[in-house]
Design a binder for this molecule. Structure first.
Ligand SMILES: NC(=O)c1ccc[n+]([C@@H]2O[C@H](COP(=O)([O-])OP(=O)(O)OC[C@H]3O[C@@H](n4cnc5c(N)ncnc54)[C@H](OP(=O)(O)O)[C@@H]3O)[C@@H](O)[C@H]2O)c1
Length: 327
């Protein structure tokens, strides 16, 4: 495993972290067995993955509770990134949310506490003040944000500096490269990449858009007429699957799995602190972790970058995978 510094802390975090959203199952993910989830967290620790990302919103505290169960007696082995539910950004709500999360996680500190989505009804000066107080009290070690675009980052930076900005970033979702990534690099804000294998699309398990489960066929890759989509746009289904086919061809040529390739490519991108890869079983976890030790030849990195340029241009610079909430 390789580690990188979590900005503004003395923590070293695994470059391939475990994303814990799917443990909540439900509409987006379908049934998930708790014993598989716990075994996946234990496999993460056994494979030197010390970084876990969760949120209050993942099953209304379910994912946090599950992490609490899995880490009983082992809290010190993990760096936990968590998020209050969207809408809880006033200092009072932030405190209540944090205390509730600590209870569910069975711990007395959260390493990285992140605003889940921008909330333009609450001044960022207040939210940052709330985070700073939690930090002074030792309830959190650092604060971060998610889904902050250039305008929100600009406003935020007037009041404080986040350790990280968590954004959708994969070979199929490169919108963050237009403006978010340059700002994060310039201001030394670590980028945490979410949905790095495009919720399974980059494993090659789906041959066409119609095979993708409804709860996932709602990003802007898919037609806005898909049942759970809310972006209302045309999507880019044909181009998405053409891009996947080209990435698959490169994976075969170099004898690597697509997931490994997708994660290893992200780790070559500037400004990235860690890739948050979701896994629902120890087997998936182990496949994804293999990417951390995979050094891609330069011509393969540029081949992958080239293969995803047309889709990047077609989807544009809006980094919200599902909607248009990022500014
Ligand atoms: N801040 C935010 O707004 C935000 C938004 C989204 C995600 N996140 C974070 O980022 C994490 C990762 O993103 P994500 O879960 O959306 O997507 P992802 O990591 O791109 O995809 C995860 C899913 O892909 C499948 N998969 C994973 N590894 C696989 C493998 N080796 N072979 C085959 N299938 C595999 C699994 O689902 P199946 O087996 O069911 O296919 C898994 O649940 C989340 O868990 C969460 O912590 C944050």
């Amino acid at each position: 495993m390789q580690y990188r510094n979590l900005p503004q802390t003395d923590l070293q975090v695994a470059t391939v972290a475990l994303g814990c959203w799917a443990f909540a199952g439900g509409g987006n993910w379908g049934p998930q067995d708790d014993s598989d989830s716990i075994a996946t967290i234990h496999a993460a620790l056994a494979n030197s993955v010390n970084f876990l990302d969760t949120a209050e919103a993942y099953g209304d505290g379910f994912s946090e509770r599950l992490i609490g169960r899995a880490l009983k007696g082992r809290r010190h082995e993990a760096v936990i990134a968590d998020k209050p539910a969207p809408g809880r950004e006033t200092p009072e709500e932030l405190r209540r949310a944090c205390e509730e999360s600590l209870e569910r996680l069975g711990t007395d500190y959260i390493d990285l506490y992140q605003q889940h989505w921008p909330n333009r009804d609450v001044p960022l000066a207040e939210t940052v003040g709330g985070f700073e107080r939690l930090k002074q009290e030792g309830k959190i070690r650092a604060f971060g944000v998610c889904n902050f675009g250039p305008t929100d980052l600009d406003e935020l930076l007037k009041h404080g500096k986040p350790a990280t900005n968590q954004v959708a970033y994969s070979l199929l979702s490169r919108a963050a490269e237009f403006t978010i990534q340059p700002i994060c690099r310039e201001r030394a804000i670590g980028i945490l990449c979410y949905s790095p294998i495009a919720q399974g699309l980059l494993t090659g398990k789906y041959r066409s858009a119609d095979e993708v489960p409804e709860g996932r066929a709602r990003t802007k890759h898919f037609s806005g007429s898909r049942p759970q989509a809310r972006h209302g746009g045309p999507g880019a289904e044909e181009l998405t699957f053409r891009t996947i086919a080209e990435i698959h061809r490169l994976a075969e040529r170099y004898g690597l799995s697509m997931a490994q390739l997708a994660i290893a490519w992200l780790l070559t991108r500037p400004g990235v602190t860690a890739v948050l890869a979701g896994a629902r079983s120890p087997d998936q976890l182990e496949q994804n972790v293999a990417a951390a030790g995979t050094s891609l030849p330069d011509e393969l990195v540029s081949g992958l970058t080239e293969a995803s340029e047309e889709l990047k241009a077609a989807l544009g610079d809006d980094a919200d995978p599902w909607d248009y909430r990022i500014r």
